[in-house]
Write a protein of this length. Structure first.
Length: 209
């Protein structure tokens, strides 16, 4: 059974408060999203397995611990997820990066795939799917379904802000996936925006309207 981890780190709380402000500009918003992603990554990788490795320091031989063999991949959901990638890569520079593109069908309101490019060995990797906002959970759930259909098993999801509705959808559709959430907000409004939220993350990261 996957776990749901709501972050309580003071730095994460402080930085999320900053990006919520409507007067935070594109440059600062984008930079802070990356910083939050880095801190989320630090927490989300807490349970990665380690192995003992013998090395030589300038003084003597000793045994240290290094990450145990498992390769990692970061898979942002386009386009807002791109804003989280650089922060994560600063923590895990050797991770491969895949991309998943979805849009919402205006009639059915269901997510439709338009792009998917993953590392060739994605089935063997520990995968972190990233998207700043988890609102209804439709796109995130669909992205994880796409990964599972391609043979991926070790999947985690990271977001900066989530609505309760999105978390419930993910727990229902993918009970085996761990969720790492920067902040849990109150609800969705009638337009499916998170309240209090921060508006459209993609528009604010890339300066579009």
């Amino acid at each position: 059974m996957g776990k749901v981890v709501i972050m309580d780190h003071p730095l994460i709380r402080h930085k999320i408060g900053y990006i919520r402000r409507k007067d935070t500009g594109t440059k600062d918003f984008r930079q802070t999203i990356g910083e939050i992603a880095m801190l989320l990554c630090y927490e989300a990788t807490r349970d990665l397995p380690l192995e003992d490795v013998e090395i030589e320091t300038p003084i003597c031989k000793t045994t240290v611990q290094e990450l145990k063999g498992k390769k990692l991949a970061v898979v942002p959901i386009l386009r807002a997820g791109l804003g989280m990638v650089d922060g994560i890569l600063q923590m895990i520079p050797a991770a491969k990066v895949g991309h998943i593109g979805l849009y919402r069908d205006p009639v059915t309101i269901e997510p439709v795939e338009y792009y998917c490019k993953l590392p060739e060995d994605c089935q063997e990797r520990e995968i972190f799917v990233v998207d700043p906002m988890l609102a209804t959970g439709g796109s995130s759930s669909a992205a994880i379904t796409m990964l599972k259909e391609r043979g991926c098993k070790n999947i985690h999801f990271m977001c900066i802000i989530a609505a309760p509705e999105g978390i419930e959808r993910m727990k229902k559709d993918h009970p085996d996936v761990d969720l790492y959430v920067g902040a849990l907000d109150e609800k969705l409004n009638e337009h499916c925006y998170i309240v209090p939220g921060l508006g459209d993350a993609g528009d604010r990261i890339f300066g579009t309207k």
